[in-house]
Write a protein that binds this ligand. Structure first.
Ligand SMILES: [Zn+2]
Length: 209
């Protein structure tokens, strides 16, 4: 599986044209364009402890002194969970804004489909590397190895969230007194209980950090 279920795609023309330094004004557009998930680890943004930020793919510390990219340049922004953003920081493999990776170090833009050639989602919801560059991103840039437990919990939660949403759609189509309705409800309740347990486990984990 791919780390992100859908490949994020930045819109050609953002809704807003913020002044220099006001890149967070792009956040609502980015949230939509990244399908409400982190561009790097693919975690869903609906859980309270995984608040989301606007990351500069090419770090500000590199391009601000050079003055060749605007801080509000939409094509350089990534909708990112704080864990990915905080680990990535100003890491970059070169002193050149055009060299995103070299010698198996550096990054691939999360909106480039090549991103999925380097990292993958395992069947238990973890993240694994496929290439040497993927390994560098996995270990040194985003520390997916250290974050394995929470990444899996977030994935389990999100699978159940999607199931519950699908069950709600099915329930709304049926008569409350029908046999089918009751069967779907029973299944939905089971999944909701699992959801609750994963959610509790995740909160416990975050509170222990
Ligand atoms: Zn992330």
């Amino acid at each position: 599986m791919n780390v992100r279920e859908l490949l994020p795609t930045r819109r050609k023309v953002p809704t807003k044209f913020p002044k220099e330094g006001k890149w967070t004004e792009h956040k609502p557009d980015l949230q939509e364009d990244f399908n409400f998930h982190c561009g790097y680890c693919g975690s869903y943004d609906g859980y309270r402890h995984t608040w989301f930020e606007v990351d500069h793919f090419i770090p500000k510390s590199l391009f601000i002194p050079l003055g060749n990219i605007s801080t509000v340049e939409y094509t350089n922004l990534v909708y990112s969970c704080k864990f990915c953003n905080n680990n990535k920081l100003s890491k970059w493999p070169s002193n050149d804004v055009n060299i995103h990776n070299q010698n198996n170090q550096g990054f691939v833009d999360p909106c480039d489909k090549d991103f999925d050639n380097h990292l993958l989602r395992t069947s238990d919801g973890g993240i694994m590397w496929k290439t040497a560059l993927g390994h560098w991103m996995w270990k040194y840039a985003f520390k997916f190895d250290e974050r394995d437990y929470s990444i899996k919990l977030l994935w389990e939660l999100n699978q159940r969230r999607k199931l519950i949403d699908a069950f709600i759609i099915e329930l709304n189509k049926r008569d409350e007194n029908s046999k089918e309705y009751k069967e779907i409800l029973k299944e939905a309740e089971k999944i909701s209980f699992e959801y609750y347990r994963y959610d509790k486990e995740l909160m416990k984990y975050y509170n222990s950090l």
